[in-house]
Design a protein around this ligand. Structure first.
Ligand code: HEC
Length: 252
């Protein structure tokens, strides 16, 4: 028994360590909510406008996303599908991998399973971790993914941080003035974007929420199904309880 407990503890601890992985960069934590359809819709729109040019989602189908996110097919087809792809198709892109390697140093990976692979926190921090670094080919580096090959494609929204942003900072408010004195993210920008710091954080939350959904679309259904099953069991229990009573009545 003791050995079993030790083994269990070992597995639990090691999987925790494994999940943390990589060098310890402090990170902000988010709770994705894939039942928030509006957030998912905003995330999908950002994804098709800013990411889909380079990253495919080859295990996802447009139609499935349209249905799950409550977007009518015609609107989806007109606004969110690039080129002449059909709504029943997989979300692949036509960027040739060998060319991409030459342009960026490494090919942009498929993002269908990225949230499951890296975890939502990692992506949330990664997309808020870019900063100006003139030594890099695209003029930016990233605190979460050092010397990354990806350009800062959201620079027109966020702007470009002048210094490496500090992430995973507990927000602190000065009790006297009510001013924020410590907060995660950029403090100074080398070029301005169209969003405030909070707006950008929310946009990235939506985007990561969408990536989280795409990693396991059937989870939406499982939750729904789980609820139905529990309600059914509750009713069934009452029925079985009385049936049981009925069976035993003549015996006692
Ligand atoms: C111009 C092309 C391009 C665009 C547009 C682009 N990326 Fe990337 N992305 C890359 C490249 C190239 C890499 C690989 C970087 C490396 O390995 O150094 C990458 C890597 C990533 C990674 C890390 C994957 C991993 O697990 O290693 C994530 C996550 C990611 N991109 C998300 C996004 C998101 C979200 C968007 C849209 C906001 C986006 N990318 C837009 C080129 C792009």
């Amino acid at each position: 028994m003791n050995r079993l407990i030790t083994a269990l503890l070992f597995v639990l601890l090691s999987s925790n360590l494994w999940a943390a992985g990589g060098p310890a960069v402090p990170m902000d934590h988010i709770e994705p909510d894939i039942s928030d359809q509006e957030s998912l819709q905003r995330g999908l729109t950002l994804f098709t406008n800013y990411c889909f040019g380079c990253h495919s989602m080859k295990y996802a189908r447009y139609e499935r996303a349209a249905t799950d996110l409550g977007i009518p097919s015609e609107i989806f087809e007109e606004n969110l599908i690039l080129g002449d792809a059909k709504i029943g198709e997989l979300m692949t892109i036509s960027m040739p991998e060998d060319q991409a390697k030459i342009w960026f140093g490494s090919a942009p990976p498929d993002l269908t399973l990225s949230a499951r692979l890296r975890g939502p926190d990692w992506i949330y921090n990664y997309l808020r971790g870019f900063y100006a670094d003139p030594k890099r080919p695209y003029g930016v580096n990233n605190v979460v993914f050092k010397d990354v090959g990806m350009p800062h494609v959201l620079a027109d929204l966020q702007g470009v941080c002048a210094e490496p942003p500090e992430l995973g900072v507990e927000p602190q408010v000065d009790p006297l003035s009510g001013n924020i004195i410590a907060q995660s993210g950029c403090d100074s920008y080398s070029s301005e974007g169209s969003m405030s710091r909070d707006e950008y954080d929310e946009a990235i939350y939506d985007l990561v929420n969408f990536l989280e959904y795409v990693g396991e679309p059937s989870r939406l259904e499982s939750v729904e199904l789980g609820r139905t099953v529990l309600i059914f069991l509750a009713f069934f229990f009452v029925f079985v309880y009385f049936l049981n009573k009925e069976y035993w009545r003549g015996i006692h």
